[in-house]
Design a binder for this molecule. Structure first.
Ligand code: HPA
Length: 277
């Protein structure tokens, strides 16, 4: 990591601080199908990624590519509408950049959602899964390079990367509101090709319950910077080889669309609950 990385973060931070008057405490990175939650933010201030100094810019068609600041459930939030993936060609550092910028403007809690393939045979498409831990199968790390001591230590502990407190709050809310929730280990692969059946069998042996192509770099950066992290996966399909049928991106999108309502409801309940702690 070159020193310029830190300078770049500070430039982005200064730009944001000059353009917003609120002090958000909760960050949201929304995966496939959930982006619309950003539209529900009240008293919105929109900052396009392309206007924020040094911010990466989304390459995916239909991804908005902007930060939404404002209130959701009476909590002050910053929502990333559009995220960055390793398979698009972004480096781990570029993917982590927005998270460190969020941290530098005072955000101390982050909710990260994604779409993933179910490896655990007790899961079914449409299930929501709290991520309790992850396996970084991308074999790269956003923290490689010179350490920025003001963010975190050279060798950050990942034992508690996913906040126990936020996990318990989520489980309680699901119980109270009759929302079915699973819990498991997320394994990240680079994509963009879906995995082979043999890779999925391997991942199951390694202890993974769901597989996806995102989330891990953001979680590493957030945890490093001392943020409380909550990760929730939408199981959009069973992973390769689990069922005797081909994988289809259209199915992934369709399932994400189907659970959108309950998923947004859950995220809003969580924000309402944690907004004041
Ligand atoms: N594999 C990897 N990423 C995914 C999948 C999958 O099966 N489904 C949604 N994202």
């Amino acid at each position: 990591m070159k020193d310029i990385f830190y300078k770049n973060i500070l430039e982005a931070k200064n730009y944001i601080n000059q353009n917003i008057s609120i002090k958000p405490k909760i960050g949201l990175i929304l995966g496939s199908g959930l982006g619309a939650l950003g539209d529900e933010v009240e008293n919105k201030i929109l900052l396009n990624y392309s206007d924020i100094p040094n911010f990466p810019v989304s390459t995916i068609k239909g991804h908005k590519g902007r930060l939404v600041f404002g209130n959701l459930e009476n909590s002050s939030v910053a929502v990333m509408q559009g995220r960055f993936h390793f398979y698009e060609g972004y480096s781990m550092k570029e993917i982590a950049f927005p998270v460190l910028v969020m941290n530098s403007i005072g955000i101390n809690k982050i909710i990260i959602t994604n779409a993933s393939g179910g490896i655990n045979t007790n899961f079914k498409p449409g299930d929501l899964m709290i991520i309790k831990d992850h396996i970084n199968f991308v074999f790269d790390n956003p923290l490689i390079g010179k350490n920025i001591d003001s963010f975190g230590p050279r060798f950050p502990d990942m034992s508690y990367a996913y906040s126990e407190t936020l996990i318990n709050i989520t489980k309680n809310l699901c119980e109270k509101n009759d929302i079915d929730i699973k819990e498991g280990v997320y394994i990240s692969m680079t994509g963009p090709a879906y995995e082979t059946p043999a890779e999925i069998r391997m991942a199951r042996i390694l202890g993974a319950d769901a597989v996806g192509m995102s989330t891990v770099p953001e979680v590493i950066a957030a945890s490093y910077a001392g943020m409380e992290v909550l990760g929730i996966s939408c199981i959009t399909n069973m992973a390769a080889g689990v069922l005797n049928k081909p994988l289809d991106h259209v199915e992934v999108v369709k399932t994400a669309e189907t659970v959108k309502y309950v998923f947004s409801k859950l995220i809003k309940l969580i924000i309402k609950e944690i907004g004041n702690i």
